[in-house]
Design a protein around this ligand. Structure first.
Ligand code: NAD
Ligand code: DAU
Length: 354
C-alpha cells in the first residue's frame, strides 16, 4: 500500500514523510524537484530505509509522474509540492503559476488516467489529498469570525491566488470526473526543518548571528500558528476518514500578532542561549518596510475536522515554540547547510544585507 508524496523534501512534506514511516510500514515514493526550498538532508533519518524511495523531479513532468504511478501503484497521492513563500511570489510570480497551477494540473491529469484504469476495489480505496493554505480566504478584520470551509475565496497575493487556482482545479476534477479528492487548508506552520526565510526560523537564525530581526510594518499582523507535527497528524486523519470532495480547515486556535511571536522567540533565546553581553535579543528588532498587500489577519475555525474526525493538536504554542527554538539550537549544521548561495542571494535582495 504505497503512497506517493510530492514536495516531500520541503518543510512540511519532510516532516510528514518522517512521521508517516515512524507510524506505518506503508512505503513512500517521494517526488520532489529540489528547488531552493527542497533539501534531501531533511530526510537524513530515512537514509538506507527501503520504504522510502526518493525521486528528483517535477510534478509538471507528465511522463515521469505517469511512470511513477504505473510502477508503484500507490493507493494515495498527497500533493505538498508548491512554491510557498509569499515574498518570493511578489518578486517573481512565474514559478508560482508554473508549479502551483500548471504543475498541479499535470499531476491531476496523470492521477486521473491512473485512477480510471484501476480495478473497482483499488479505485474505491484511492485518494488524492491536496495540501492547501488558509491564505486562499484572504484577510480578516479584527472582529471577523475565523475562516470556515465555506468562507469565500479572496486570495490577495500571487502565492495565495496560485494556491486558490490549484484548489479549484482539484475541486473540478472531483465534480467533473469523480476523482476521489480531499483538500486541506491549514494555517501557518512552525517547527523543525522550517526553511529560514520564513518568520520564526529567520528570527531564530538572525538573532544568534547578531543580525537585525526584520519586522514588517507595525508587526501587528495576526497569524494562526500550528506546530508542523500537528499539521501532519491532521493530514493523516483526513486521508484516513475524510469525506470525498470535502475540504477541511486545519488550525490550532492560536492567533498571535507577529511582534508577539518575535518577542517569544527572543525571550526563549534569552533563556536558552543568552547573549554574551546579557542584553535581550529583543534589542535586535528592526522595523522594516511592510510587505506589499500584506494580509492583516488569518484565523482558522477548526471545528469541522475536530468534530468529524476527532483531530486535535497535541502541542500548545508554548510547548511547540520551545521545542522549535531548541531544535534550531541543537542543529547548527542543518542551518549552515541550508544557508546556501541561493539563500544568501535572497537575503541580500529582500533585506539589503547578506
Ligand atoms: P516548502 O517551500 O518548504 O517546500 C515545498 C517543496 O516542494 C520543496 O521541497 C520543493 O523542492 C518542492 N517543489 C517545488 N516545486 C516543485 C515541483 N514543481 N515539483 C516537485 N516538487 C516541487 O513548503 P512547505 O512550507 O513545506 O509547504 C508545503 C505545502 O503546504 C505547500 O503546498 C504549501 O502551500 C502548504 N502550506 C504551507 C503552510 C506553511 O505554513 N508552511 C501552511 C499551510 C499550507
Ligand atoms: O497561512 C499559511 C501560510 O503561512 C502558508 O500558506 C505559506 O506557505 C507560509 O509561508 C506562511 O505564509 P506567511 O506569509 O504568513 O509566512 P511568513 O513566515 O513569510 O510570514 C509570517 C508573518 O511574518 C507575515 O505576516 C509576514 C511577517 N514577516 C515575515 C518575514 C519573513 C515579517 O514581519 N518579517 C519577515 O522577515
Amino acid at each position: 500500500m504505497t503512497i506517493l508524496v510530492t514536495g516531500g523534501a520541503g518543510f512540511i512534506g519532510s516532516n510528514f514523510v518522517i512521521d508517516w514511516l515512524a507510524a506505518s510500514d506503508e512505503p513512500v515514493v517521494n517526488l520532489d524537484k529540489l528547488t531552493y526550498a527542497g533539501n534531501v538532508h531533511n530526510l537524513a533519518p530515512l537514509a538506507g530505509d527501503p520504504r522510502h524511495i526518493f525521486v528528483q523531479g517535477d510534478i509538471g513532468d507528465a511522463g515521469l509522474v505517469g511512470a511513477l504511478l504505473a510502477q508503484h501503484q500507490p493507493c494515495a497521492v498527497l500533493n505538498f509540492a508548491a512554491e510557498s513563500h509569499v515574498d518570493r511570489s511578489i518578486l517573481g510570480p512565474g514559478e508560482f503559476i508554473q508549479t502551483n497551477v500548471v504543475g498541479t494540473f499535470h499531476l491531476l491529469e496523470q492521477v486521473r488516467d491512473y485512477w480510471a484504469a484501476l480495478d473497482a476495489l483499488a479505485k474505491a480505496a484511492f485518494r488524492l489529498l491536496h495540501v492547501s493554505t488558509d491564505e486562499v480566504y484572504g484577510s480578516l478584520s479584527a472582529s471577523d469570525p475565523a475562516f470556515t470551509e465555506t468562507h469565500r475565496y479572496e486570495p490577495n497575493s500571487l502565492y495565495s491566488a496560485s494556491k486558490a487556482a490549484s484548489d479549484h482545479l482539484v475541486r473540478a476534477y472531483h465534480h467533473t470526473y469523480g476523482l476521489p479528492v480531499l483538500t486541506t487548508n491549514c494555517s501557518n506552520n512552525y517547527g523543525p526543518l522550517h526553511f529560514p526565510e520564513k518568520l520564526i526560523p529567520l528570527m531564530i537564525v538572525n538573532a544568534q548571528a547578531g543580525k537585525p530581526l526584520p519586522v514588517y510594518g507595525d508587526g501587528q499582523q495576526i497569524r494562526d500558528w500550528l506546530y508542523v507535527k500537528d499539521h501532519c497528524s491532521a493530514i493523516r486523519a483526513v486521508l484516513a476518514a475524510g469525506r470525498l470532495g470535502e475540504t477541511y480547515n486545519i488550525g490550532g486556535w492560536n492567533e498571535k500578532p507577529n511582534l508577539e511571536i518575535v518577542h517569544t522567540v527572543c525571550d526563549l533565546l534569552d533563556e536558552l542561549k543568552p547573549r554574551a553581553d546579557r542584553q535581550s535579543y529583543r534589542s535586535q528588532i528592526s522595523y522594516v518596510t511592510d510587505r506589499p498587500g500584506h494580509d492583516r489577519r488569518y484565523a482558522i475555525d477548526a471545528r469541522k475536522i475536530e468534530q468529524e474526525l476527532g483531530w486535535k493538536p497535541a502541542e500548545t504554542f508554548q510547548t511547540g515554540i520551545r521545542k522549535t527554538v531548541q531544535w534550531y539550537l541543537d542543529h547548527p549544521d542543518w542551518v549552515a547547510q541550508v544557508q546556501s548561495g541561493a539563500y544568501r542571494d535572497w537575503v541580500a535582495m529582500q533585506y539589503g544585507q547578506a
